[in-house]
Design a protein around this ligand. Structure first.
Ligand code: GDP
Length: 367
């Protein structure tokens, strides 16, 4: 089931396949169904479930990934009918974030998002778990350990309680780490160093551009989500003005709200920047949709009121016709190639023009 046109559905599915590969899966088959809305019980139409079952069987697949968020019961029903593991887009994205988060804060944020996703789905999970541990029953038994469970509490209740504890603990830790980051930011602000944030759709070339602009060796991967933890570097304009340049979380269509929530503090940092450099992949089949998706997330954290410099990247890989169309569409955008370096000088100039002018202190010392 998809929203929008057939092309939207295909692009979204192509991206889902890329996400799955990033997570380490091998993608065998794609299946699209047009419906007005998802089936409440099975997500795709009931008849389509049989077709899906045959595809799973003939392709020898061990997992089905759905391009949307499944309710706990849809997930269970689909698993029962197809006899393989079923994963939704949210779980897949959470999994990738978990694999890629490096900093302590990033890891805590992902864990929080995963637990929040898990909590309402715990019924199935709890059941399986209690079955595996030989039945829970009331007041004790295998699994959680003696003395962990309160009187009359089921295994499921214990699990839920533990997860809630962990969630509040993670929230506290993230808050503390955020305070540290805010102090650093305040120090930068006192020193009047303007801050530029690079935002853009996943794989648009944010890390590559950050490298180009600063000459720093940041990891660049041809994988979605190479960038999860914000990196801040110093850069300077042609006339020597220093500013900080931060790479942000990769944006993706239908970013799970748990992720947006968990990364809110990181995203909010974007909202405090003086300028947003919004990178778009000019060689992508639908750059406008990517721009729309990124602006939507920026809007959610209140970063849509900041000055934005649109940068169309990968012009070395885009065809002339597309570039002409994009130039008409976005007359103020700067066109670059982070790979070849084309347009980077213009980008330096454009950034410089848009940086806030510091208040100049003039002191006249009279003899
Ligand atoms: P990010 O996810 O936005 O940080 O994107 P990356 O900087 O990691 O780049 C994603 C992919 O696009 C990598 O394979 C890069 O090599 C590639 N890429 C980045 N800039 C360019 C460019 O100017 N031209 C081409 N052809 N590929 C690029």
């Amino acid at each position: 089931w998809t929203e929008g046109t057939q092309t939207d559905a295909e692009n979204s599915l192509t991206e889902l396949a890329a996400l799955a590969e990033t997570a380490g899966s091998q993608v065998l088959e794609g299946l699209i169904q047009r419906r007005n809305r998802p089936d409440p019980a099975t997500y795709i139409g009931r008849g389509k479930v049989d077709a899906l079952g045959s595809v799973v069987l003939s392709a020898g697949a061990d997992t089905v990934i759905c391009d949307g968020e499944l309710s706990p019961s849809q997930l269970r029903n689909l698993e029962q009918r197809t006899k393989v593991k079923v994963v939704d887009r949210t779980a897949l994205i959470l999994d990738i974030f978990a694999q890629h988060a490096k900093s302590k804060e990033g890891r805590a944020q992902v864990e929080l998002a995963q637990l929040e996703y898990l909590l309402p789905r715990l019924r199935g999970w709890g059941e399986t778990l209690s079955r595996q541990t030989g039945g829970s029953g009331r007041g004790g038994g295998a699994g959680g350990g003696v003395g962990v469970r309160g009187p009359g509490e089921t295994k499921l209740e214990t699990d839920r309680r533990r997860i809630r504890h962990r969630i509040s603990r993670l929230r506290r830790e993230i808050k503390a780490m955020r305070t540290v980051r805010e102090t650093k930011r305040a120090r930068r602000a006192r020193n009047a160093v303007p801050a530029v944030a690079i935002a853009g759709y996943t794989n648009a070339g944010k890390s590559s551009l950050l490298n180009r602009l600063t000459g720093a060796g940041v990891l660049v991967e041809d994988a979605l989500f190479a960038t999860l933890d914000p990196t801040t570097r110093r850069a300077s304009t042609a006339d020597g003005r220093v500013y900080t340049l931060s790479d942000t979380v990769g944006f993706v269509r239908h970013l799970p709200h748990q992720i947006v929530e968990a990364f809110r503090s990181t995203l909010e940092e974007v909202a405090e920047a003086d300028l947003i450099v919004h990178v778009v992949d000019g060689a992508h089949p639908d750059p406008q949709e990517q721009v729309r998706a990124v602006r939507e997330v920026l809007g959610e954290v209140g970063a849509d009121r900041l000055p934005e410099l649109l940068v169309v990247n990968k012009i070395d890989a885009a065809d002339e016709e597309t570039l002409l169309r994009l130039k008409r569409l976005w007359p103020d955008a700067v066109f670059v190639s982070a790979h070849s370096g084309r347009g980077i000088d213009e980008l330096h100039v454009a950034i410089e023009r848009l940086l806030p002018r510091p208040a100049v202190e003039v002191r006249v010392v009279l003899p």
